[in-house]
Write a protein that binds this ligand. Structure first.
Ligand SMILES: NC(=O)c1ccc[n+]([C@@H]2O[C@H](COP(=O)([O-])OP(=O)(O)OC[C@H]3O[C@@H](n4cnc5c(N)ncnc54)[C@H](OP(=O)(O)O)[C@@H]3O)[C@@H](O)[C@H]2O)c1
Length: 267
């Protein structure tokens, strides 16, 4: 029997990108998948493929920037399956603008609600159920959760917040049996880059990155499954991520240059 056979796993932001790839990667283990996002049609077609590959699915259409929808998501999962084994806080979005070019500072709040608060709310309501199963909590942060990145200030702030919250929660949960895994991916080829909010607060519509050079969502999902199975603390997806956190202590200016080049070299 595989690790997630018959286990109830919630994946937020499952309609696209990494969340979708993760659901597809888990499905052959025959879990019970709760797939959440706003686009019900895309969730429906994903659920059909997951069902065909062995999973049982529940789709929940929800805008997770609303705390009540996060609470309802957990309730719906419990009503349908009666237990909860893993929560993957994956839903997210990004910004692509220099701070001084921002036309409406509301974008900073929007990105914080989506990337940080939705994860906090889902986790808060899921926690009592996860303690009963000695379950798993996963949070999708980013390399931008460990270092500053130009044009990503609001995004980097929200991803740093995830590290602060989930590193703290892990200590609180010592001896509970519940594990907390933070994923810190490098660039991944998904919809996120073209959906990034520009200086006017609207999606760019076109990715500023050379997408073909990026890791695929499927490769990233495979690393997430492994990290979940092993209950790792942190999972990186590139050498730059693994080396960067140590190098930052020794040569912070060098890390700033690497971050600047990462944005400029891929445009
Ligand atoms: N791609 C990268 O380079 C990269 C790197 C590091 C970290 N990450 C992180 O990985 C996670 C997944 O990103 P991705 O690259 O897969 O992005 P993506 O392709 O844009 O997918 C984002 C997912 O989040 C959902 N979502 C967005 N707003 C939502 C809302 N208000 N309520 C509920 N769901 C919402 C979207 O679905 P709907 O639009 O249907 O709601 C979609 O399913 C994010 O947390 C991201 O920050 C990505």
């Amino acid at each position: 029997m595989a690790t997630f056979t018959d286990q109830v796993v919630i994946v937020t932001g499952a309609s696209e990108g990494i969340g979708r790839a993760l659901a597809l990667a888990l499905a052959p283990q025959r879990p019970k998948l709760v797939l959440a996002a706003r686009n019900e049609e895309r969730l429906g077609s994903l659920a059909s493929v997951c069902n065909a590959n062995g999973a049982e699915t529940l789709i929940v259409r929800a805008d997770l920037t609303d705390e009540m929808r996060c609470r309802q998501l957990i309730q719906r999962a419990m009503e349908r399956f009666g237990r909860l084994d893993a929560l993957v806080n994956n839903a997210g979005g990004t910004l692509w603008t220099r701070v001084e070019d921002v036309q409406d500072t509301g974008v900073f709040e929007r990105i914080m609600r989506l990337n940080y608060l939705s994860s906090v709310w889902c986790t808060f309501y899921a926690l009592p159920h996860l303690k009963q199963t000695r379950g798993r909590i996963v949070a999708l942060s980013s390399l931008a959760g460990l270092t500053g990145v130009p044009t990503r200030s609001g995004y980097a702030a929200s991803k740093h917040a995830l590290f602060g919250f989930f590193d703290s929660l892990r200590i609180e949960l010592e001896n509970s049996g519940v594990s907390v895994t933070i994923i810190a991916p490098d660039f991944v080829r998904t919809e996120i880059h073209k959906r990034a909010l520009g200086s006017d607060g609207r999606p760019l519509g076109k990715s500023p990155l050379e997408e073909r050079r990026l890791m695929s969502a499927e490769e990233c999902a495979a690393l997430i499954v492994e990290a979940m199975e092993k209950r790792k603390r942190v999972q990186f997806t590139s050498w730059r991520g693994r080396a960067g956190r140590w190098l930052k202590l020794l040569a912070p200016g060098l890390i700033d240059r690497i971050a600047r080049n990462a944005i400029e070299a891929r445009r």
